[in-house]
Write a protein that binds this ligand. Structure first.
Ligand code: ADP
Length: 755
């Protein structure tokens, strides 16, 4: 619908005009000046007519009209002048000159004005119809252009730097642009459907076809990422997009697609996901050989065609991943030594280093995939090296800590005493064994100078114990009034000194005893041997000149000294058997009194005249559970000792008493006696109160040891007590059997006295 512009400086005129023209049912735009009129006309030009007051202040009607007529867009709008001036011809002429089509004089005749305006409105509408018809013709022409459009698109597409293609409504290719031919090196003839699949990466075919089917079915935009093979055989990632073009009927007429190279972005993404996956592998375990081998497997083919990881260990270099080529090995060695990477388009070698220490190198190589390393690959390798080095470092730190913890546990529980001193000689570690050996509690020692509690340091230095732990020395050390023999070794290191020691006091004592024994036994053997030799020599040389008495006494010497020799050898052998556990014991019911009587009788036969031996046995003694041979040996030893150690003579009394579960022997003498401190030790092997035999009483020091061992094996007890003010009493207890022993008939001459 057209509009009418009313221009009058007087409001009452504008109201009057509006009222007159309203019945036409048109849009009326009323303004108060020429300038406002021009402003409205700048915005719109759809006015059927302009009613213009000729007399206005500032810009009058003629001036305004001249401007309207001077503009292309408004020059054709008819102008009707409104004027109060009477029919002045010059005035009217001037109006027509500036393009007025008519004059309306004031006061206005509504009818006339209305009919004049109506004519112009009708004219305007006619013109509009004509214009519409012209537009229809142009639209038809446009449709024709669009049909030709595909060809124009193609011209445009061939000039484009990215891949462009078109396809029909079903998605069948109808055109590939120049760039596609150039990129793939193939000119498809479009004779077959989907030839382009030949250059699509086999792994991408499935999802691309799926996406295409979905877009064709729904008529919506197609979008997918896929790899397209380039003329050189390498694949590059592309982002494919296709838009549907609709025909006039609204149906999809064709698809126009593009493929943009996104290989760089895609490869960056791949490198990043590779790094993430490698990170997961590296944190999977503390066994770095295993995780590094997994990372090397992961790298091929994702970032390279070969991957070798060299790790420098304490005594060698370990190779993980692919087997290294000789030049790869050399390069890795140089990279580790220089701690700087090597980078080429086909090989990368980056050092693994942590906390300033070279741990190895990662070598990556491209061999047959047609790819090449770029700066992104190099950054990726560097990042991988950082993570890998950190993983190795962590694993080693953990192992070290674990090893230290284990070592500390071992030190604490080891059987040797272990003491760790810092460089000031203060005790840092004092293990359980050190406590047990020395009797010094950890709290008393740790944190103090060792010399305060144990004079080990001085002793060790005096004995020149080597500081590299190569040899241990046995030293006497006094601890709280006790003498200990310790076998000590020491190792000096940066943070202090470690002492390891073992208690050899017991061994030392045996060692001492053994040397004493050798001296004693050889002396003991030499004495009878000399006597036998002397007697035999005399007999031989003076065979005829000897009287019978002398002869007999010489032969007696040979016999008795031979017996003595046999006894010594017998004792040594028996002690040896006891030590080895080879002695066989057969327990039976033994008549205690019977065995004792026989032993006493034999002893009396040998005893010197100034020693008397008596037996005092209680009546009705039960049998004992013993090995008769062994019991006899014990009694023989005790009675012989009683006689032997009574050099000044005296009485030896063997008393037998009955007790609840055992029979007790007491062998009492009035001899040399045994000091209280030695009462335990006389039972030790080779122990003699008078090893140098100052009193001329010989012996091996084995007799009482044998007695104690035998009595132990019979579940009995043996001990010694003083015999009043002179001599000793040896007691032996042997368990009784349940059955009473068969008493033997006393032999002639045997005295069974009562206590
Ligand atoms: P030996 O062969 O020296 O007699 P023993 O083992 O029988 O060895 O005795 C060990 C030591 O005990 C002897 O050397 C002696 O000093 C002491 N001894 C043993 N029996 C007596 C005793 N009845 N009176 C005093 N000292 C004794």
């Amino acid at each position: 619908m057209p509009a009418i512009l009313l221009v009058d400086d007087r409001p009452e005129n504008r109201v009057a005009l509006t009222a007159i023209l309203e019945p036409l049912g048109l849009e009326l735009v009323a303004v108060g000046s020429g300038a406002d009129a021009l402003r409205v006309l700048l915005r719109r030009d759809d006015f059927a007519v302009i009613l213009l007051d000729a007399q206005m202040p500032q810009m009058d009607g003629f001036e305004t009209a001249a401007t309207i007529k001077s503009r292309d867009r408004t020059k054709n709008i008819p102008i009707i002048f409104l004027t109060a001036i009477s029919k002045d011809e010059a005035h009217v002429f001037r109006g027509y000159e500036v393009g007025a089509v008519d004059y309306v004089f004031k006061p206005l005749n509504a009818e006339i004005l209305r009919s004049k305006v109506a004519v112009f409105v009708e004219l305007y509408e006619k013109n509009e119809q004509l214009r519409h018809q012209r537009e229809l013709i142009a639209l038809q022409e446009l449709a024709a252009v669009r049909r030709e459009g595909v060809e124009r698109y193609r011209q445009l597409a061939d000039a484009m730097p990215q891949i462009v293609w078109t396809a029909d409504a079903q998605g069948r290719s109808t055109y590939y642009n120049h760039r596609f031919v150039q990129y793939t090196g193939i000119r498809f003839d479009l004779a077959e459907d989907d030839e382009w699949l030949l250059v699509l990466h086999p792994d991408d075919v499935e999802h691309v076809l799926e996406r295409r089917a979905a877009s064709v079915a729904s008529g919506t935009v197609f979008e997918a990422e896929y790899r397209i093979r380039a003329a050189d055989g390498g694949y590059r990632w592309h982002l494919g997009r296709a838009l549907p073009i609709h025909g006039s009927d609204g149906e999809v007429e064709l698809w126009i697609g593009t493929a943009t190279d996104i290989d760089e972005r895609k490869r960056l993404e791949e490198l990043q996901t590779f790094l993430l996956d490698a990170g997961v592998e590296l944190s999977r375990s503390l066994d770095y050989r295993q995780t590094l081998a997994a990372v090397a497997r992961l790298a091929v083919p994702r970032i390279a065609d070969r991957c070798v990881i060299h790790v420098v260990e304490a005594d060698r270099t370990v190779e993980l991943g692919d087997a290294a080529e000789p030049e790869e090995r050399d390069r890795a060695q140089q990279v580790v030594a220089a701690d700087s990477p090597r980078f080429a388009t086909e090989a990368i070698c980056v050092p693994l280093s942590s906390r300033g220490r070279g741990l190895g190198a990662i070598s990556l190589a491209i061999t047959d995939s047609g790819r090449s390393f770029d700066s992104a690959a190099f950054r990726c390798a560097t990042a991988l090296a950082h993570r890998t080095a950190a993983a190795i470092d962590n694993a080693r730190l953990y192992a070290e800590t674990e090893q230290r913890a284990r070592a500390a546990r071992a030190l604490q529980t080891i059987a040797d005493g272990v003491v760790l001193l810092d460089n000031d000689g203060v005790v840092v570690l004092w293990n359980d064994a050190a406590e047990a050996i020395t009797g010094l509690a950890r709290d008393e020692v740790v944190g103090r100078n060792l010399s305060e509690s144990l004079p080990l340091d001085d002793q060790v230095s005096a004995a020149r114990v080597p500081i590299d732990g190569s040899r241990a020395e046995t030293l006497p050390v006094e601890v709280a009034g006790r003498e200990l023999w310790l076998s000590v070794s020491r190792v000096k290191f940066d943070e202090g000194t470690v002492y390891a020691f073992r208690d050899v006091t017991q061994d030392r004592r045996f060692e001492q005893l053994r040397s004493d024994m050798i001296a004693t036994v050889s002396h003991e053997l030499r004495t009878p041997l000399a006597a036998i030799y002397g007697a035999a020599l005399t007999l031989n040389q003076r065979d005829d000149g000897l009287d019978a008495q002398v002869r007999r006494s010489l032969l007696r010497v040979i016999t008795s000294e031979s017996e003595r020799l046999a006894k010594i050898v017998g004792e040594v052998l028996l002690a040896n058997q006891l030590d080895d556990g080879r002695l066989r014991v057969s327990i039976e019911s033994v008549d205690a009194v019977g065995v004792t009587e026989e032993v006493v009788e034999a002893a009396r036969a040998h005893a010197p005249p100034h020693v008397g031996i008596e037996l005092a046995a209680a009546a009705e003694l039960p049998a004992v559970a013993a090995d008769e041979q062994h019991l006899r040996q014990v009694l023989v030893n005790l009675i012989e000792n009683a006689v032997k150690y009574s050099p000044d003579g005296g009485r030896v009394v063997v008393a037998l008493t009955r007790h609840d579960r055992y029979v007790q022997w007491a062998v009492r003498d009035e001899g040399l006696g045994i000091p209280p401190a030695e009462r335990q030790r006389v039972f030790e092997k080779f122990y003699r109160l008078d090893p140098n035999m100052t009193r001329g009483i010989g012996g091996t020091g084995l007799g009482l040891y044998i007695c104690r061992e035998l009595v132990d094996r019979l579940d009995g007890r043996i001990w010694v007590e003083p015999n009043g003010r002179k001599g000793s009493v040896f007691f032996v207890r042997i368990p009784t059997t349940r059955l009473p022993a068969e008493r033997r008939q006393p032999r002639a001459g045997e005295l069974a006295s009562t206590p």
